[in-house]
Design a protein around this ligand. Structure first.
Ligand code: PLP
Length: 408
């Protein structure tokens, strides 16, 4: 029989534990810089106006029902998702070298990709997955749950609070040939540090030389810079270079559809006469994996995103909404840096504005983080990461002063 006493207690998810602690705190000045979700200038969740419009349109549709989607999801959604990430003119689309499935947001896409690779990527010789150090912590769990061993490559330089480019490249260079290299397409979580385009070219060169397999995780397209093409540059460059790769795409942040779980997994093969056949075989296996895991994906979020992605006018409105979110975050980066510099807070603070996206790796130590929580009711993860979206014109000065106090 099943012996339930052999099940050990697992630790609480640190991020969700932090959220609970924040909710329990009754101080009126408390600041939540933990969770990675956009907040407006009043620290409230923001439903994108374009999402509201699409939602109203959907609700008015008398033919809308609650039938199952196909196994691979809503076709208008997956094809629009391909165009969004790869570009409508991508050679990979013209040459039918891509296959895509709708997934349970970005997490589900990473999982489906990991599961597929664990079964079909060099099935007779175990391959290692490489993550940046640090990375989105869920990467470790997702890949180890499907039995793939992992290692990390250096990424963040504590000294410059920027990219440890040499460390990253030499680690990928010395990884066993044919490893799987997980890359954040833009707005690296948790550091906010991205390679430059020149650095991406070098990274691609090393990955090619070692016959590694690139796995892009893109959870912030348009949310990082406000420019969809710019945030997809690295992926599109790898495609142009003819790589075979996969992509996990999330619509949580850039559509604010967090709880609706809209996402997409893409597999793109290299150019060649057998490309169409490869894609068809891969698609058939992915469909079986999807069927056994979730049968078919949830419809609602994908319908909303699909309406917007496939309508010129709504698409333009979405781009404006993306500029509102990314613009507010960029403003908060400037404000935080200038307030810390005004206060003469020890250390350099240029990294706050050099970094991009939802998160900033402040360089604050665990001790300082805990001091901020105790003295000032500021909640952030122990590694010194803050969610920029938690800052606003009402609390940025309070936070800067709290940091100043914790550092001095
Ligand atoms: N990948 C990265 C790097 C992320 O930061 C996130 C969200 O925080 C995700 C994937 C997936 O998020 P979701 O499953 O909500 O789309």
């Amino acid at each position: 029989s099943f012996q339930s006493d052999v099940v050990p207690q697992a630790p609480e998810d640190p991020l969700f534990g932090l959220m609970a602690a924040f909710r329990r705190d009754t101080d009126p000045n408390k600041v939540d810089l933990g969770i990675g979700a956009y907040r407006d200038d009043n620290a409230k969740p923001w439903v994108l106006p374009v999402v509201k419009r699409a939602d109203e349109t959907l609700r008015k549709d008398p033919n809308l029902n609650h039938e199952y989607l196909p196994i691979a999801g809503l076709a208008e959604f997956t094809s629009a998702s391909q165009k969004l990430v790869l570009d409508a003119d991508s050679p990979a689309l013209k040459e039918k070298r891509a296959t895509s499935l709708q997934t349970i947001s970005g997490t589900g896409a990473v999982h489906l990709g990991a599961l597929f690779l664990s079964k079909f990527y060099h099935p007779n010789t175990q391959r290692t997955v490489y993550f940046s150090d640090p990375t989105w912590p869920n990467h470790f769990q997702i890949f180890s749950n499907v039995g793939l061993p992992y290692k990390t490559y250096p990424y963040f330089s504590k000294k410059t609070k920027g990219l440890d480019f040499d460390g990253m490249v030499s680690s990928i260079e010395s990884a066993e040939e044919g490893s799987i290299i997980v890359l954040h397409a833009c707005a690296h979580n948790p550091t906010g540090v991205d390679p430059t385009q020149e650095q991406w070219k070098k990274i691609a060169e090393v990955i090619r030389a070692k016959k590694h397999f690139p796995f892009f995780d893109t959870a912030y397209q348009g949310f990082a810079s406000g420019d969809l093409a710019r945030d997809a540059w690295a992926i599109r460059y790898f495609i142009e270079e003819g790589f075979e790769l996969c992509i996990a795409q999330s619509y949580a942040k850039n559509f604010g559809l967090y709880g609706e779980r809209a996402g997409c997994f893409h597999f793109v093969t290299s150019p060649g006469s057998d490309a169409e056949s490869t894609v068809s075989r891969v698609a058939s296996q992915l469909a079986i994996l999807q069927r056994s895991e979730i049968s078919n994906p949830p419809a609602y979020g994908a319908r909303i995103a699909s309406l917007v992605l496939n309508d010129k006018e709504l698409f333009a409105e979405w781009e404006a909404n993306l500029k509102t979110m990314s613009g507010r975050i960029i403003e908060m980066r400037k404000a935080l840096r200038s307030k810390l510099e005004e206060l003469g807070t020890p250390g350099t603070w240029n990294h706050i504005t050099d970094q991009i996206g939802m998160f900033s790796f402040t360089g604050l130590s665990e001790k300082q983080v805990l001091k901020l929580r105790e003295d000032s009711h500021v909640y952030m993860t122990k590694n010194g990461r803050i969610s920029m979206a938690g800052l606003n014109t009402h609390n940025v000065e309070y936070f800067a002063k709290a940091v100043d106090k914790a550092v001095k």
